[in-house]
Design a protein around this ligand. Structure first.
Ligand code: MG
Length: 391
């Protein structure tokens, strides 16, 4: 992972423009509210600016509930501002809303919600440049040959494709909007600042910072997100002895299975859930079930092992892990697992928040060999497959 020094980074505020209503992508949802991977476009864009002082979104008046469903609460997030008819009206509403909060010299970044892949390094670079010059934008030199339909080739040597974020001293961007010609169609804020006669620095950006506009862009965005995930596999193993005295059932994979001998255990002795808990803990390198729930602790006496598994699921979720698949193998001569397989799948799926089709339960014997063959004990092995954001 790229390490960026932010120790001398000037403090900054962010305005995210998300007022667009239409979608050229053909769906019902505007593009800023579409899913990419586990995230929503606008929520991911907001997340790129986690080092800002405040962040304000300008949204379409009809998108208030979409916005609140899509965006997770963050300490630095201000309430959204209603957008206007054109992009420049939306930005202006945002600037007006910020006038009582920002000082003239503060740095404000203006960013399109539909660019969710801006890198931390590029954000830092554009802030530093704006702190020096008053106005800077991310931009990319154009590499493709540009040719007009009339046949003449356009000299691309000084041609840049303009991106966002664009960073400005607050007083400068407010002045640019105040003085902007009402009939001129400015495609972005840096054009308004340039129209004032104030130079705008170009900071070389990255191709990944593309704007999601077409269905092809959306496909590409989803490819990028899946490429940015890594898969981890954790394994778990557990053994419990059968007691010698008579019993009515054992707990196995969260289900009571009739059996004539009980399990020797401090908790409910569910080898399936214990192995699975260890497999999940393993994907976040969080120790083992014994370190979280010591058998010496009286509060876990006869405990439902679903509690242990829930805890492991929470630890995985805290690292933004997405459970992909769980697999349990039970080794014993008796009881027979087959009749309870579906109930076990359903119970584990319920505990972990997964579809049952992503939970596999298998059983085998050890051909009368060893302690499982002699019916002295029962074994479970588990594998957990979990996706995490690449770090
Ligand atoms: Mg155990």
């Amino acid at each position: 992972m790229e390490i960026i020094s932010t120790s001398d980074l000037p403090s900054y505020h962010v305005l995210i423009v998300a007022g667009g209503q239409g979608s050229r992508l053909g769906g019902e949802l505007p593009k800023q509210y579409l899913k990419i991977g586990n995230n929503i476009v606008i929520n991911q864009s907001i997340g790129m600016f986690s080092s800002c002082i405040t962040l304000t979104c300008v949204i379409h008046p009809e998108h208030t509930s979409l916005y609140h469903d899509a965006v997770q609460p963050r300490m630095w997030l201000r309430p959204p501002v209603q957008g206007g008819r054109e992009r420049r009206d939306s930005v202006r509403n945002g600037l007006n809303d910020l006038k009582n909060h920002l000082k003239a010299d503060d740095i404000l970044l203006i960013h399109d919600a539909a660019r969710p892949f801006v890198s931390p390094a590029d954000i830092c670079a554009v802030i530093r440049e704006a702190a020096r010059t008053g106005a800077a934008t991310l931009a990319q030199p154009v590499c493709d040959t540009l040719r007009h339909q009339d046949g003449h080739t356009i000299d691309r040597s000084n041609v840049w494709a303009i991106q966002t974020p664009q960073a400005f001293r607050f007083s400068l961007i407010c002045k640019a909007h105040d003085r902007a010609d009402p009939v001129t169609s400015y495609t972005d804020d840096s054009a308004m600042v340039a129209a004032l006669g104030h130079p705008v620095s170009f900071v070389s950006g990255s191709q990944e910072n593309f704007k999601i506009t077409t269905a092809e862009d959306l496909r590409f965005a989803r490819m990028l997100v899946s490429a940015a995930m890594e898969t981890r596999t954790g394994s778990g193993y557990d053994v419990h002895a059968f007691r010698s005295d008579a019993a009515t059932h054992i707990r196995l994979c969260g289900v009571d299975v009739p059996h004539d001998r009980g399990i020797d255990a401090h908790s409910d002795g569910d080898v399936g859930l214990h192995a699975l808990t260890d497999a999940l803990l393993s994907t976040v390198a969080a120790g083992d079930i014994g370190s979280h729930f010591p058998p010496s602790d009286p509060q876990w006496k006869n405990a439902d092992s679903a509690l242990f598994l829930r805890k492991a699921v929470h630890l995985v979720a805290a690292q933004q892990g997405r459970l992909v698949h769980l697999d349990v193998t039970i080794v014993c001569e008796r009881p027979k697992v087959g009749p309870y397989r579906e109930a076990m799948q359903a119970r584990i799926a319920e505990i972990c928040g997964l579809p049952p089709a992503r939970v596999s339960i298998k059983a085998t014997t050890s051909e009368k060999l060893g302690f499982t063959g002699r019916e002295e004990g029962i074994v479970a092995q588990a594998l957990a497959t979990v996706e995490f954001p690449r770090s």
